[in-house]
Ligand binder design. Sequence first.
Ligand code: 5RP
Length: 233
Amino acid sequence: MSPQDKAKIAAGKAAIDEFVFDGMKIGLGSGTTSHFFVRSLGERVRDGLSITATTTSRSTTAVAEEVGIVITDVNDIGELDLTIDGPDEIDRDFNMIKGGGACLLWEKIVAHASRKMITICDETKIVDVLGAFPLPVEVVRFGYRQTMRLIEKALENNGIAGADIYRRETNGDPVITDSGHYIIDCKCGQIHDPAAVETALNMIPGVVENGLFTGESSGMVVGHFDGSTKIIL
Ligand code: 5RP
């Protein structure tokens, strides 16, 4: 196992120890870090921990069910106590880029349905300024090239000129999200006002949601390559 995976696992376990309690309603994030967390949570559930859980992607539902966590439909769970999820990038104010796994829409819906969100990550995800990781924007398929033009304009209006903007594809086929949309990735370079960019992108007709999370997370559990962890609140 790589040191990075060890760090991801350590972060998830520390988050369970610190933030997960019997009887909680929990949102389960997506991506490799979250999947490690879900596997650790499954062990605790087998040891008697009682939680109610919902997920942020079909892939996380599959992992949760594999490890014996019963998944409640997001429409039936009411307000969640806590969501635990991973970022692609996170700054020291807990602003994040998410959506590297194309799950950003469900992740944001579940995060906003939760009283608290805690981010779990390995040390490589922490940055001074967001933007090196391409910012994903989930768009409806109709007129997506028009939407891309408007995304470019909105980025320019927010001080991000010359961004490389393209539809995400795998083996020549467009990536389709769990909700049936396209993902447009935007290589921005540096995003100095992530809250403004998040709002501006979501004003564009055709944009369903974007991967900037600027007010959701209230803390992070960082896993280091030596296996140690740090909680930052
Ligand atoms: C999926 C996401 C993931 O949470 C994000 O990509 C982090 O993934 P990983 O833990 O594999 O680095 O936003 O849409």
